[in-house]
Design a protein around this ligand. Structure first.
Ligand code: ATP
Length: 198
């Protein structure tokens, strides 16, 4: 049975922390396909600084370029409205009924997972695979995974965290600080070309 990873996010912009998570998941879980799924409107975030769907998709495509097994899906954007992972998981489990599906998230998302729309039903369909975001959250993660284990499978991937966020990158761009080391080179070029986040 092949294994597929679904990786949703705002990707505003996509950064090296996202790529780190995706690559760790591919190698730890042996994924044959990793699908980046930019959200249309994220349900839990302020939309103030959100750049267009086209720009976020394009940056994801640039970040995925040359990476075997990576693809970018327009599913959530084409659905429109707020993007709830439940519907994404439902869609991909119907599309790949014979594959084992993993929903990939950073550790911050595991800690608030019970607030997600129909989280119990998500865990009936996929294994939640979590990559640490910060250096100090491992015990908390294990506790949370145990709490949720009654609903389904949760796998914590033990990898070195790569602590960076899109918020921090946007702040740096706005303030004229260095930011290029946190992003794939082609994404840096795209942000400069389109004058994003200034
Ligand atoms: P923002 O700062 O705008 O809130 P973000 O950096 O958290 O954005 P998102 O696009 O919201 O990025 O995140 C998508 C997914 O990637 C989430 O599951 C999040 O936990 C995970 N993620 C983001 N940054 C990292 C990181 N540095 N390490 C591991 N996971 C990450």
């Amino acid at each position: 049975m092949a294994r597929i990873g679904l990786f949703g996010g705002t990707f505003n912009p996509v950064h090296n922390g996202h790529i780190h998570l995706a690559e760790e998941a591919v190698s730890e879980l042996g994924l044959s396909k990793l699908i980046l799924i930019p959200s249309n409107i994220p349900p839990h975030k302020e939309a103030g600084e959100l750049c267009s769907c086209e720009d976020r998709v394009q940056m994801c495509r640039l970040a995925a370029e040359g990476k075997e097994n990576f693809e970018v899906s327009l599913f959530e954007i084409n659905q429109g409205g707020k993007s709830y992972s439940y519907y994404t998981v439902e869609h991909f489990s119907e599309l790949y009924p014979d594959e084992e599906i993993f929903l990939l998230t950073g550790s911050d998302m595991l800690l608030s997972f019970e607030k997600w729309f129909r989280f119990e039903d998500i865990l009936k369909k996929v294994t939640l695979a979590v990559v640490p975001r910060e250096y100090d959250d491992s015990e908390q993660l294990v506790r949370k995974a145990e709490e949720l284990s009654g609903f389904g499978k949760i796998k914590i991937i033990s990898s070195r965290p790569y602590p960076v966020s899109s918020t921090e990158i946007r702040r740096r761009i706005r303030n004229g600080e260095k930011y290029s080391c946190y992003l794939p080179e082609k994404v840096v070029q795209y942000i400069r070309l389109k004058n994003l986040y200034i």
